[in-house]
Ligand binder design. Structure first.
Ligand code: SF4
Ligand code: SF4
Length: 241
């Protein structure tokens, strides 16, 4: 985001709306620190500026700065996937898409620093740890899939690494037998990531609409507390036999 210096009257009203404190006074006018700004769009969306001095950065839709917007502005549509909100529907549409089959376990690793942001270096720590354990394929419809430079090492494209984002999600679907390895890898790499680290486990339900007992047992054995969360898309589901 930028603030037009020829228009800004220095009222300071926009500053409290920035979640990462990127807007501050420079002399009598406000300015945006371009390194800190995540391009989340909040300062523009709140329409607080009395003189319309806040404008989108001229390169916000150009690579690599566009990565900031795709991962931080919930109203933006991720170019790689065509999906809003960090570029993924996560598990929420699995009953319609069948991305995770009955014999698989879906695992999403969410990382980020609410109000602070992070760089994609933290995402790479996770992709590298997964690759070291032989997990080199993440969901094709997850935006991070298109950011891999080398799936065998988990390296992401170098020119993206320093882009700051609010949060990101890595998603994987693995056979049940491999789920324990992914969970253990996630627990290990969580120690290296400086920020909020959330594991989502998703699966198809049993015919009686309960969670597969083997998945709950796995979480218990791995010492992972869990909280059930469900979303049912009425009428969208397709039978998986
Ligand atoms: S776009 Fe978001 S991060 Fe950037 S200055 Fe505005 S509120 Fe702050
Ligand atoms: S709200 Fe507008 S005029 Fe006031 S400090 Fe922010 S950019 Fe400047």
């Amino acid at each position: 985001m930028i603030i037009r210096q020829d228009l800004c009257v220095g009222c300071g009203r926009c500053q409290p709306f920035c979640p990462v404190g990127a807007i501050s006074f420079a002399g009598l006018k406000s300015t945006v620190d371009q390194v800190t700004c995540l391009e989340c769009g909040t300062c523009l969306r709140v329409a607080i500026c009395p003189v319309d001095a806040i404008e989108e950065h001229p390169q916000v839709y150009e690579f690599p700065r566009a990565m900031r917007k795709f991962f931080s502005d919930p109203t933006s549509t991720h170019e790689a996937t065509g999906i809003q909100g960090r570029g993924t529907e996560e598990s929420k549409t699995n009953d319609a898409t069948g991305r995770v089959g009955p014999d698989e376990v879906g695992i999403a690793i969410e990382v980020g620093r609410p109000t602070l942001g992070m760089t994609l270096v933290d995402v790479q720590k996770i992709s590298r740890a997964l690759a070291r354990n032989g997990i080199t394929e993440i969901e094709a419809c997850n935006p991070i899939h298109s950011m891999y430079a080398n799936p065998q090492t988990g390296d992401l494209r170098e020119d993206m690494l320093n882009e700051r984002v609010l949060s990101a999600i890595i998603e994987i679907a693995v056979p049940f037998e491999k789920a324990r390895l992914v969970l253990r890898t996630a627990k290990e790499v969580a120690k290296e990531v400086d920020g909020v680290f959330v594991l989502d486990i998703f699966s198809t339900l049993m015919p009686n609409l309960t969670i597969q007992p083997r998945i709950l047992k796995l979480l218990e054995e791995e010492g992972l507390p869990w909280r059930p969360n469900a979303k049912i898309n009425m009428g969208l589901g397709r039978a998986t036999d």
